[in-house]
Design a binder for this molecule. Structure first.
Ligand SMILES: NC(=O)c1ccc[n+]([C@@H]2O[C@H](COP(=O)([O-])OP(=O)(O)OC[C@H]3O[C@@H](n4cnc5c(N)ncnc54)[C@H](O)[C@@H]3O)[C@@H](O)[C@H]2O)c1
Length: 478
């Protein structure tokens, strides 16, 4: 990570304020003019012989990914890498146990991933490292001509967003964020309703990551307590894409609309510290940890078309899990938490003063308007698992697209737009909610309306040869 450039960007934004970092990411000249957004609908020749995947970072999430990927037709895991040798060996053992083939194993230092990226037996790098390593690993992989899939949030800083866009454009490889929530049954249902125009003109969305993670204060399995180290230093919302990604797909962000600016506000921090005081022994040094991260961050984005998106982030108070997942328009509203509820205005809309969700209608709509991708592959995805199946559906779909030579569902411009919210929310929250412009990474192509590939996505299951389908081990459920 090059601090000088990051500091430069920060300086530019803070001193000049609104407008300076708005407009094309291009400021840097890589995606302007006639060849704006060259990675939009980017496709490669069909990988008919399958995809050889190298997994970097096989901690909690990466090990789960290894177990899933082993069940994706046409995917072979040919290499694994982790700083920690025992984790890399364990992942390699899982691959050997299931396939009888030993993958290359790279471990022992934080730059061993370079050897995996250079390995001739790897076509794509699946990056499940901690946040600080997402971009260095991805850039190295792309420079070596490999497609790259990056866990969320793919990039933490604006500079990193630019770097991923520029590198993908230069080396002409896929760079996709693994935003599994775009593949949730309910998120896909909402997307289908939006595609069909059933909510009317979309006006507003709400998304969140509300997940009590205070138990992680004790979690030594997490590499060097990287989440805590991040939260000690950073305010704002650095984990926004679970809520934001699906809403951007609904609203056609970068495809007729774009994220224009945001304002963000942080609450106090009390939850982590109270938890530590109550749960840790008096002599435990972790009791002294202090966090810049708020208990609740609320960020509101306005889009170029005038829509609003409200995002919340809370991982340190005792609240039941929620991604909110609300989208509303001129004809109705959809929300998924605390339970799925849908409401459509009928022909008598003008006469009705009170609008209520309707349980029966919700159940009917859920059945009738299931997204085609979920209809086709949802059942098999549920069997393998990973957040109720959405993780497997996501993996199945990108692997299918690569094998069929199709463009992927989301691209590097989506990745950058969604991830830019992280650092900008921190800047706004630290500056009395000052408005922050969100860059356009598409070089103006956002003005051209089109459906996202996810909106139209499907999978022809009959074309796939599944191995024995079974529940994949080590999957997360919330
Ligand atoms: N999409 C989801 O639902 C979801 C869920 C959980 C975690 N995640 C994301 O997955 C990622 C990993 O999270 P986790 O909970 O598995 O953390 P973890 O600490 O359990 O695993 C991270 C692993 O990366 C390894 N690592 C770090 N730097 C490396 C480097 N330079 N080279 C090789 N290996 C390196 C560590 O040794 C560790 O084993 C994070 O980005 C997190 O946000 C996403």
């Amino acid at each position: 990570m090059k601090t000088d450039r990051r500091e430069f960007l920060k300086g530019v934004a803070m001193s000049a304020g609104a407008g300076v970092i708005a407009g094309c990411a291009c400021g840097k000249g890589t995606c302007t003019g006639a060849d704006a957004a060259p990675m939009r609908n980017f496709r490669t020749p069909p990988m008919k012989n399958g995809i050889r995947v190298g997994v970097v970072g096989v901690g909690a999430r990466g090990t789960g990914a290894v177990n899933r990927l082993l069940q994706v037709p046409g995917v072979e895991i040919t290499a694994v890498c982790d700083i920690r040798g025992e984790y890399a060996d364990k992942a390699a053992g899982i691959v050997f146990g299931k396939t009888g083939r030993k993958p290359h194993v790279y471990s022992g230092s934080d730059v061993e991933y370079r050897r995996l990226c250079g390995c001739k037996d790897v076509d794509a790098v699946y990056n499940c490292t901690s946040w600080n390593a997402h971009v260095p690993v991805a850039v190295e992989a792309m420079k070596a001509g490999k497609h790259v899939f990056i866990e969320v949030p793919a990039a933490m800083y604006l500079e990193e967003c630019y770097e991923l866009v520029e590198t993908a454009e230069k080396y002409r490889v896929h760079c996709m964020q693994l935003e599994n929530c775009c593949y949730g049954e309910e998120e896909l249902l909402a997307l289908n309703l939006c595609k069909l125009g059933m909510l009317g003109e979309l006006v507003h969305g709400e998304g969140a990551y509300i997940h009590d993670r205070r138990w992680q204060i004790f979690n030594d399995a997490q590499w060097e307590r990287w989440r805590n180290r991040w939260n000690e230093k950073h305010a704002g919302n650095y984990y926004s894409t679970h809520g934001l990604g699906p809403i951007c797909m609904d609203m056609g962000i970068n495809r007729g609309d774009r994220l224009d600016y945001l304002v963000s506000v942080d609450s106090m921090q009390a939850g982590y510290e109270m938890f530590a005081a109550n749960a840790l022994a008096a002599d435990n040094p972790l009791r002294k940890e202090r966090f810049a991260m708020a208990d609740m961050n609320v960020t509101t984005i306005r889009t170029a078309k005038g829509r609003t998106i409200m995002l919340q982030h809370d991982v340190s108070t005792p609240r039941p899990y929620s991604r909110l997942n609300l989208i509303s328009g001129t004809k109705g509203v959809f929300r998924a938490y605390p339970r799925l509820e849908i409401y459509f205005a009928g022909d008598d809309i003008w006469k009705r003063k009170h609008h209520r969700f309707d349980e029966k209608l919700t159940a009917e709509i859920r059945e009738k308007y299931r997204h085609p991708l979920y209809r086709e592959a949802g059942e098999i995805a549920k069997k393998v698992g990973g957040h109720g199946g959405m993780d497997f559906l996501m993996d199945l779909r990108w692997a299918y697209c690569l094998q069929q030579g199709l463009p992927l569902d989301t691209d590097v411009y989506d990745l950058a737009s969604w991830c830019a919210v992280s650092q900008l929310s921190e800047r706004s929250a630290r500056n009395r909610s000052q408005a922050m412009d969100i860059p356009d990474f598409t070089g103006g192509l956002w003005r051209t309306p089109c459906n996202s590939n996810l909106m139209d996505a499907t999978i022809d299951i009959s074309k796939l040869e599944f191995r024995k389908i079974e529940k994949a081990k080590g999957q997360l459920n919330v």
